[in-house]
Design a protein around this ligand. Structure first.
Ligand code: NDP
Length: 257
């Protein structure tokens, strides 16, 4: 097992990528605290994960609640080896039709919340710990309608590099996993019915060189790698897990003859 006796905190651990990562971490021997806003969903996830999981209701935009959650995780498990700052929301912010509060909520959750989650964890992170932040291909793709989301995720990349500098003296690594389109509830209506899901899969497949949508497990195994000693000398990097969508877009099926 690759995470025997390790302790982890995963924000947004009740669904999608966070939950898949929590499952993987527990299977690899870790004790895992998961956060989210919806207590029922969180409890259900923790029950499924079993006795090595701890559910902590905390809104990532509430700094005091985040500090309290990290402190409770440390109280239960001892110092933390791994932080996966994963909680995030989408939110359309098209130019010409966006209210400031919608824009700010995306930034507050995906960027400010990530910084203060890391800050709250600093007190409780062991020397040599691994921090992984969740980015997105949207930080580089220019998808119409997503200014706030793209800016938040580009901010995560920039922030990771600064944090890597600041935390290297403690041997703490800070890296970013940047997923392409992954099959999770974040896509809402696009995945709400079998027909919608089929159409969405086809759209993503057409623009992805490897020809298919990503699954939460693809991200979980990458986060496991970044969290583990296998990544011991990887610092300040962003790893795109997107089937080639950002590195080689010209290889996507839509451009093939
Ligand atoms: P899901 O909607 O499946 O999961 C989001 C998780 O975050 C839930 O557990 C949710 O719980 C939690 N969450 C949301 N807002 C907050 C908050 N303010 N405080 C605490 N927890 C919160 O989405 P994904 O798994 O897809 O997304 C996870 C991350 O991956 C996000 O950062 C997203 O931007 C990123 N990502 C996803 C991609 C995809 O295609 N799926 C692509 C690229 C990046 P609750 O609602 O109960 O709070």
């Amino acid at each position: 097992m690759r995470l025997s006796n390790k302790t982890a905190l995963i924000t947004g651990g009740s669904s999608g990528i966070g939950l898949a990562t929590a499952r993987r971490f527990v299977a690899e021997g870790a004790s895992v605290a998961i956060t989210g806003r919806d207590a029922r969903r969180l409890e259900a996830a923790a029950r499924e994960l079993g006795p090595n999981a701890l559910a902590l209701v905390a809104d990532a935009t509430d700094i005091a609640a985040t500090e309290a959650a990290v402190a409770r995780a440390a109280e239960r498990f001892g110092q933390l080896d791994i932080l996966f700052a994963n909680a995030g929301i989408p939110g359309a912010t098209p130019a010409g039709a966006t209210k400031p509060e919608v824009f700010e909520q995306v930034i507050r959750t995906n960027l400010t919340g990530v910084f203060f989650t890391v800050q709250a964890a600093l007190l409780h992170l062991r020397k040599g710990a691994s921090i992984i932040l969740n980015g997105s291909v949207i930080s580089v793709l220019g998808n119409p309608g997503y200014s706030a989301y793209a800016a938040s995720k580009a901010g995560v990349r920039a922030m990771a590099r600064v944090l890597a500098s600041e935390l290297s003296p403690r041997g703490i690594r800070v890296n970013v996993v940047a997923p392409g389109a992954i099959r999770t509830p974040i896509w809402g209506a696009a995945l709400a019915t079998p027909d919608a899901e089929k159409a969405f899969e086809a759209r993503i497949a057409a623009t992805t060189p490897l020809g298919h949508i990503g699954e939460p497990e693809h991200i979980a195994s990458t986060v496991l790698f970044l969290a583990s000693d296998d990544a011991a000398h990887i610092q300040g990097q962003e790893l795109f897990v997107d089937g080639g969508a950002t590195s080689s877009p010209a290889g996507a099926p839509i451009y093939r003859g």
